[in-house]
Design a protein around this ligand. Structure first.
Ligand SMILES: Nc1ncnc2c1ncn2[C@@H]1O[C@H](COP(=O)(O)OP(=O)(O)OP(=O)(O)O)[C@@H](O)[C@H]1O
Ligand SMILES: CCCCCCCCCCCCC/C=C/[C@@H](O)[C@H](CO)NC(=O)CCCCC
Ligand SMILES: [Ca+2]
Length: 465
């Protein structure tokens, strides 16, 4: 692979082929002198380094920009961290099934131009990437792992990588209080899924080229990971949303409608909203009293800081909940650009626990609506939010069945259904389940704890607006 010498070029609006956000404070421009990619010229510029110049597109026409032919500017503070060798997993079936094309057309040419070698694996089945990472991949050859797909695919990479590192270090993931070993390999996300909330909440935009450039320049964003256990048995890791009730039901329903693509969430969202179920249980949590900020401080996450010490004392609440949402990050996504918990931090060792208690359908609608407008979604009498380091949930009923059984013939238990109209109540409305980054957990009773900065992404968080 050849990287040619830098050649300084004048650029005007006419020959800038594309200008894209690299997070709110970064821009990328490249000039297509020909339509041919090989002749294209790339540069990545930090907006703050460029003063006002990038503030308005029209300014570009007067701007002489230093561009380097066939060479990505090795800005000094990026150079040392730039990856040279990557392991790429592509889910060809995520989102609108465009992962392979996105990688080949938009990302691979940039990696080539930046002299990055990439070993590409197009997955052949679910859990292919996870299992390959867990046992087979020669990780010592790589500087990072790239996930081309959605949040579900990211979850595979997360589980493969974290499990591999713990196995290599002899850490037992079944111990809820085990000190997990952080992963040294960074993970890059090329968004090609349906929600892509992990990419959106850590980069600020779902754009494959922007993500590719974060990888190329070697950005690094630590991210907390939640570990989820049931009766001291490890279930899963989560980085975005653990949701019981509304989001658990929505996800369960949407999995049956995968053929609809991303639109499945709209249909299942409407259906779940109309069913208006609530569920009774006990939530116990350890507040992060010494955490940086609070869920309602309206300070959006920059990059996250590590807290000094754990908070003290568990809080216990029993109630009837429409939704229990544990947001380890803002969960911003194109559907809700500020997310479920706009001030949640990426790397502070806490998550925001949002409890939506039983309320009228109209009130719940008002609450949902506030995820897409500027009003405060926590400013309702039936909503509370806590910044926590750990939480446990115990549903009212005794959990003696697994999710698989839930899809079979109903079995009666001694507990009463928690649905508003018992006559219309079906078996499924008695129970909800947790969605864990879009995957359904097999148990409702869970213990969750936040593992501070367990992984790092090729990203930089969302910079100050
Ligand atoms: N080759 C494959 N065939 C079938 N399923 C796969 C394959 N590779 C990965 N998967 C699974 O596909 C599921 C969905 O993929 P992905 O997350 O990429 O897209 P999505 O669900 O549309 O997007 P999002 O998770 O952002 O809503 C993942 O849980 C992953 O395990
Ligand atoms: C009246 C209009 C009200 C509109 C309300 C919109 C509220 C949207 C909040 C979106 C929160 C997304 C949280 C992300 C969760 C991901 O881990 C998961 C995996 O991709 N996706 C979903 O659960 C998919 C979730 C899909 C939600 C629609
Ligand atoms: Ca966090």
């Amino acid at each position: 692979m050849k990287c040619s010498m830098a050649v300084q070029t004048e650029v005007t609006l006419q020959n800038i082929g594309y200008v894209s956000d690299l997070g709110p404070h970064m821009k990328v421009a490249w000039a297509g002198f020909e339509k041919n990619w090989i002749c294209a010229v790339h540069t990545v510029i930090r907006k703050s380094d460029m003063g006002h110049i990038w503030a308005k597109r029209s300014d570009l026409s007067h701007f002489s920009l230093q561009l380097f032919n066939d060479y990505l500017i090795p800005l000094p503070h990026f150079a040392a961290n730039r990856p040279k060798s990557l392991l790429v997993y592509i889910n060809p079936y995520g989102g609108k099934q465009r992962g392979k094309r996105i990688y080949e057309q938009k990302v691979a040419p940039l990696f080539h131009r930046a002299c990055i070698s990439a070993d590409v694996i197009v997955t052949e089945h679910a859990n292919h990437a996870r299992d390959h990472l867990k046992t087979e991949a020669s990780l010592e050859k790589y500087d990072g792992v790239v996930c081309v797909g959605g949040d579900g695919m990211f979850s595979e990479i997360l589980h493969g990588l974290v499990t591999r590192v713990q196995t290599d270090h002899g850490v037992d993931q079944n111990q809820p209080d085990a000190e997990l070993v952080p992963c040294s390999l960074r993970i890059g996300i090329i968004p090609a899924g349906s929600t892509d909330c992990i990419c959106f909440a850590t980069v600020g935009v779902n754009d494959p080229v922007t993500s590719a450039l974060h990888i190329i320049i070697g950005d690094s964003q630590p991210v907390d990971v939640c570990s989820v256990h049931h009766k001291d048995i490890f279930l899963r890791y989560s980085v975005s949303l653990l949701g019981y009730g509304f989001y658990g039901d929505l996800l369960t329903d949407s999995e049956r409608k995968r053929w609809l693509g991303p639109a499945r969430y709209d249909l299942s969202g409407l259906k779940t909203f109309l069913s208006h179920n609530y569920y009774e249980g006990t939530i116990s949590f350890l507040p992060a009293e010494d955490a940086v900020g609070s869920p309602r401080d309206k300070l959006q996450c920059r990059s996250g800081e590590k807290p000094d010490k754990d908070g003290s004392g568990w809080n216990v609440m029993r109630g009837k909940f429409i939704a229990i949402n544990a947001a380890n990050m803002s969960c911003a996504c194109p559907r809700s650009p500020k997310g479920l918990s706009p001030s949640a931090h990426l790397a502070d060792g806490t998550l925001d626990l949002i409890l939506v208690r039983k309320c009228s359908r109209l009130d719940f609608f008002r609450h949902l609506l506030r995820h897409i407008n500027t009003d405060d979604q926590f400013d309702h009498s039936f909503v509370e939010v806590h910044r926590v380091r750990m939480f446990h949930f115990q549903p009212l009923y005794q959990e003696s069945i697994s999710l698989d059984d839930l899809n079979e013939t109903p079995k009666k238990t001694g507990c009463s259904p928690m649905c508003p109209a018992p006559t219309a109540c079906s078996y499924n409305t008695i129970y909800s389940s947790w969605t864990c980054d879009g995957e359904i957990l097999p148990h409702a009773a869970i213990q969750v704890s936040v593992q501070c900065q367990l992984i790092r992404l090729f990203a930089r968080g969302i910079e100050e607006q």
